[in-house]
Design a protein around this ligand. Structure first.
Ligand code: TXA
Ligand code: MG
Length: 348
């Protein structure tokens, strides 16, 4: 009887037991993460966009560890993550009204603001420039971590330089293997592509990277158009996301209009290549492709799945990935930007 009673009690309260454990576990992990960050070590943190590789932004040895692990060139600046706009003045100076308006409207959220830096901000963080990138991420676990940490966390995406950004804790572990730091597991990232970056350094705000917050949302709020440089050659700031080969899977990725991609993919498969076709149209019956991935027809859902899809396909050791480009409407700007940078080749 004793045993049966115990079993039924466990059955009656499974949710309480599970949520108690989950809360306990993440509390312990938060404490551990804080301890590591305070002693200059790295911690991978969940955000609503992608996972970040975080270090105390005011500790030069800690920031150097980010660059060493990522294999990132030293002159590429990293974003400083803060809990809220109350900390903007700790890192930036001469903050224009537009920055306060944008922070009020979109923070915590997937928007990074480039502002004039405070003199104390480390050169390693700013890439030696007189500006600093700041963002308050929306993930509850990381928000709590930032509140308790009190300072800023320098954090690029938690991937090796040039590779696809991680959108799950497992992606981070896969990326760094034995070298992986403590990973705070906050589940899959809800946005799935990196934050929108807006520079407020000049009189006209510039869109440096499209992302989770739409260009139109920002233009509506500010009542003015953003300048947007699509290519690295025309941008005069060092933004590593603007390099032409970035966010790339290991397997060769070829993108283009549906008809051209379909034809090239068929030709490659007929020659015996192991081909994946990434499409939004379910009108495929052919068994010739090694993998067919049906992507969503809605941009947010597409962004959510994009990096995970590329990472999963990389694991199949295929010869080539062919991707039919999605629409070019405004809502697809961030997805199309990442696809263009991820692609090894574009068909016309
Ligand atoms: O969503 C995101 O922004 C993610 C999460 C982790 O917050 N972070 C991210 O970091 O994508 P990262 O380092 O992979 O990309 C940040 C981009 C880089 O292209 C960097 O050059 C640019 O922001 N950036 C940072 N500080 C800058 C500055 N002061 N001026 C111009 N660009 C800057
Ligand atoms: Mg990155």
């Amino acid at each position: 009887m004793q045993h049966a009673g115990h079993a039924s009690a466990r059955l009656r309260f499974p949710f309480i037991i599970i949520s108690f454990d989950a809360k306990n576990r993440s509390m312990n992990e938060l404490d551990l993460a804080l301890a590591r960050l305070r002693t200059g070590q790295l911690v991978a943190i969940p955000t609503e966009t992608v996972y970040g590789l975080a270090a105390d932004a005011s500790n030069p040895e800690a920031v150097a560890r980010i660059f060493a692990l990522k294999g990132r060139p030293a002159d590429h600046p990293v974003i400083v993550h803060i809990a809220s706009s109350c900390q903007l003045g700790d890192w930036a100076q001469d903050i224009p009204d537009a920055a306060w308006q944008l922070a009020e409207a979109f923070w915590p959220g997937p928007l990074t603001l480039i502002l004039k830096r405070q003199p104390h901000v480390l050169d390693a963080v700013t890439g030696g420039q007189n500006t600093v990138g700041l963002r308050a991420p929306a993930h509850p676990l990381t928000h709590e971590l930032l509140q308790r940490f009190g300072g800023g966390l320098a954090a690029p995406s938690a991937n090796r330089f040039g590779h696809v950004s991680p959108t799950t804790a497992q992606h981070v572990r896969d990326e760094f293997g034995q070298e992986a730091p403590l990973v705070l597991d906050g589940g899959p990232c809800q946005v799935g592509v990196e934050s929108t970056i807006v520079s407020l350094i000049d009189t006209t705000p510039k869109l440096l990277r499209p992302g989770g917050v739409l260009r139109e949302q920002i233009e509506d709020l500010l009542g003015m158009k953003l300048e947007h440089h699509q290519h690295a050659q025309t941008a005069n700031v060092r933004v590593s996301g603007l390099l032409d080969s970035h966010y790339s899977p290991r397997t060769s990725l070829i993108i283009g209009p549906s008809a051209a991609v379909r034809e090239a993919a068929l030709t490659a498969a007929e020659k015996g290549q192991r081909v994946a076709l990434i499409t939004q149209s379910d009108a495929i019956s052919d068994g010739i492709f090694t993998r067919i991935v049906l992507m969503p027809n809605e941009p947010d859902a597409y962004a959510y799945r994009l990096y995970d899809t590329l990472r999963q396909l990389d694991a199949f050791n295929l010869d080539v990935l062919y991707l039919e480009k999605p629409p070019t409407d405004a809502g697809w700007l961030a997805v199309n930007d990442r696809l263009r940078r991820a692609a090894h080749q574009q068909l016309n």
